[in-house]
Structure formats: C-alpha cells, structure tokens
Design a protein around this ligand. Structure first.
Ligand code: CA
Length: 219
C-alpha cells in the first residue's frame, strides 16, 4: 500500500505501474515491508518516486534535502538517481522507522550518500543556514503538515537559484478544495498552496500525481 492518486481509476493506475515502473528489487522489497507497517499509506507511490528521480537527473542534482524519511523509500529513490558523489541530507525524528530505512539503504548500496539527521527538521535546517550552507539543488518535503510552511521557507533559503522543491500531499485527498474541511492539517496545506500560488520567489506547478505534488523552482 502506498499513496496513489485518488483521481486516477485503479485500472489506469495499474496500467501506468505495469508499463512504466523501473524500480529495483530492493525498492520493491522495501515497499512490501512498509505495506505491513503502521501508517503504510504515508509511503510515497512508486510512480511518484520515479518522477522524483527524473527531476533529480534532469537538473543534474548533487546536493539534496529530504524532510520526512519514514521508511526511506524516497531517499532511496533519490540516492539511486544521484551521481556517485551526490548526497542527501535526510531529516526525521523516528528512530524506529529510519532503522528500516537504513537497512534498505545499506542493501541498495547507497547508504554512504545519505546523511540521516535524527532531530526536528526545523532545528537541522536552521543549523545549516546558520553554518552558511547554501546551493542545494533539490528537496523533497513529505512530513508533518502543520510545519510545511516552516520547512518551505527554510529549504528555500538553502536552495540555489534554479533548484527544485517537491512538496507532497498538497491536495490532501481533495480536502484543500472543500471549505467545510477545517482541521489543522487541511488548513495548513490550503494556506501554503495559496501562498505559493502568489509567491514571486518561485515558479510553480501543482501535479495531480499521488496525493498532489507541488513542484517549485527557485527564481
Ligand atoms: Ca506523503
């Protein structure tokens, strides 16, 4: 089980996976292992992971940030798409889930590309900014929705001009488009979508893949 578009019928989604998916055996095993775990629906869908890989390769990314690791499928996908010298700084707070991630990163031979930081991501990102770190090429934000705006602002500071941020779950099952939905996560996502929609610092596209994926490019 993983996040798939609620807008695409099952038979069409199955067709897309059958015809286009190029994931590795380790990626498939990780997907199966995660499917049996709590919160399995949080796992990014394999079609979306492949799209992230395409973005990483297209912009020639070398330095990446991930906010929200869970069991490591997205960091694994990005690491596989990076050149040998490429690196991902991966932020999460869960020892348990990232233990699974580490196991599969090792098995896929990409562990040395991934620098896991177990701390609140705002702390890790603020420390990078304070240390003068800049010029990251690519970031994937897929973590607690109430902090999305904070992650967006911090990652934007760390990104180079022309760098990309992919932000997951921006349609939230469609709830963002339903004014009757006023829970904290929906409101946070709705506000961020509206803010990015008029943010002159970036170019933007919101894709209907998965649960909605916003791509922004830093101007
Ligand atoms: Ca997600």
């Amino acid at each position: 089980m993983s996040t798939r578009s609620f807008l695409v019928p099952d038979d069409i989604y199955d067709y897309i996976l059958k015809v286009t998916l190029r994931d590795t055996a380790v990626q498939r095993e990780l997907r199966e292992r995660t499917a049996s775990m709590p919160l399995a629906v949080m796992q990014t869908g394999p079609d979306q992971l492949q799209f992230l890989q395409l973005l990483v390769k297209t912009i020639g990314a070398r330095r990446c940030i991930e906010v929200g690791v869970y069991t490591g499928a997205s960091a694994l996908a990005v690491a596989l798409a990076l050149p040998p010298e490429g690196k991902i700084l991966a932020c999460d707070v869960s020892e348990g889930y990232t233990a699974v991630a580490r196991e599969f990163w090792e098995r896929a031979g990409v562990a040395r590309k991934i620098d896991l930081r177990l701390a609140p991501a705002t702390e890790t990102l603020n420390a990078l900014i304070a240390a003068g770190e800049r010029d990251y090429d690519f970031a994937y934000i897929d973590a607690d929705k109430s902090n999305y705006d904070a992650y967006y602002e911090l990652v934007l500071q760390l990104l180079r001009t022309g760098g990309l941020i992919a932000i997951d779950n921006v349609l939230w099952g469609g709830d963002v488009a339903n004014p009757a939905e006023t829970d904290a996560d929906t409101v946070a996502l709705r506000k961020l979508n509206e803010k990015i929609g008029r943010d002159e610092r970036v170019d933007e596209a919101l894709l209907t893949i998965g649960d909605g994926l916003t791509i922004v490019r830093k101007r």
